[in-house]
Design a protein around this ligand. Sequence first.
Ligand SMILES: [Zn+2]
Ligand SMILES: [Zn+2]
Length: 318
Amino acid sequence: MKALRFENNQLQLADVPIPRRDRAALVRVTMAGICNTDIEIARGYANFRGTLGHEFVGVVEESPDRSQVGRRVVGEINAGCGECELCRENDPRHCPDRTVLGIRGRDGAFAEYLSLPPRNLLIVPDNISDRQAVFTEPLAAARAILDQVEITTSHRVAVIGDGKLGQLVSRVIAGSGCDLTLIGKHSDKLELAARPGVKTVELEALEIGPASRFDFVVEASGSSDGLGLALDLVRPRGSIILKSTFHGAVSLDTSRIVVNEISVIGSRCGRFETALRLLESGGVDVETLVAREYRLADGVEAMAEAQRPGTLKVLLTN
Ligand SMILES: [Zn+2]
Ligand SMILES: [Zn+2]
């Protein structure tokens, strides 16, 4: 089969064997989404070598769980050992021996087929299209914030970043009814995010001062500058939620965190079940975030397009 791989410091389309694993399901990938994490991996993030991609929708071709065969599915990307305490509580997201689809020790979704444990797969309801279902993983990641902090109607919240992730985060947090501001650099993307209950502001026009501070600041800009801005915006004893993963280190004046008693919270993967329910109810619009579709065979070009500043979601189809 064809697969888009990162190896020898290079992104390339390769012919590889179909990934059949013991006690695993084989999924024929219909559609996959390119995420900033994929772009960062191709820059050296996470030291991953192999087939990229972790956002997908597909059809089960083979599975030890016969009821899955022929069904349209999405898949939780963390595959745990199945035996540790976390895995036994059905949360492999921090299993020390986990593999992660297209990120850690397991070939990913930019391929004709992928392999995951049957327990990772969730059936996609019929009223969710492939172009919506392919957003389940990033939507779950955005939704994870609401499992980590309690945001109510009385809170002032800022989201930094008007890219793919910031757009999803602001759509999800808007549902809490809080006073929400999305901060970005692109007027067209801010316009795309504007809706009742979401204020948008261009970075250049942003006023920073004690009177305009936020209870929660979500950093979803994908850039190392975002954290400094988050510190400027958060109120004393407020919280910063970090969503961006990028290759490289950030230098930071930590005394501001100490003096202002800021909580800094890392936030990664969320629950697929919750994200599917959000898509099923139509509560979050995702299809307007699609910039372009490419065939897997043109995957190298698609990755180049996805890296162009300002590009929203680029999809790969089989
Ligand atoms: Zn992702
Ligand atoms: Zn485990």
